[in-house]
Design a protein around this ligand. Structure first.
Ligand code: MG
Length: 170
């Protein structure tokens, strides 16, 4: 295994696990503020992030690499309004999209074609992540402080169910 790629994958495992931690923090905050639907939506996000981390872990092991787990950074505790909570998620996803793009750039420089192929799943996934957060931001912005509307949207978010990510089936 190319050591530069190996260390970049280990770093990305940490990024994805931090994402899970961040969403778990936002989920907890949403729950504490009376938004159980948003709590559920953010919890599903957190579960998906663990899958993203495990996708990299599995790829590294399949390539004969070594997984090295680092300490996970402490996330924030307070996130403001439901709109601010989703905005924090979107900002983070933009950062992750940048990380994935950097990994693809590295895979090209190092001529690691298998890693390039593997990363296309994450490139597509980031489009979905940013799109999903933006859609929610748009809905919340339209609702503004329309209480019944906000509660109806929260009920809708309660219906989101976790499904194991397709990246785990390799
Ligand atoms: Mg992710």
């Amino acid at each position: 295994m190319n050591p530069t790629i190996q260390s970049a994958i280990n770093k990305q495992i940490n990024e994805e696990l931090f994402s899970a931690y961040l969403y778990l923090a936002i989920a907890s905050y949403a729950g504490s503020k009376g938004f159980p639907g948003l709590q559920n939506w953010m919890t599903v996000q957190a579960q998906e992030e663990i899958d993203h981390a495990m996708g990299f872990q599995i790829h590294l092991l399949r390539r004969g690499g070594e997984v090295e787990l680092d300490a996970i950074e402490k996330p924030a505790k307070e996130f403001g309004s439901p709109l601010d909570m989703v905005k924090a998620g979107l900002e983070h996803e933009k950062h992750i999209s940048g990380c994935i793009n950097d990994l693809f750039d590295l895979a090209q420089k190092e001529k690691d074609f298998a890693f390039q192929s593997f990363l296309t799943w994450y490139i597509d996934e980031q489009v979905e992540e940013e799109e999903g957060a933006q859609e929610l931001i748009d809905k919340m912005t339209i609702l503004g402080d329309n209480g019944p509307g906000v509660l109806a949207l929260d009920k809708e978010l309660a219906a989101r169910a976790y499904k194991p990510s397709s990246i785990l089936i390799q």
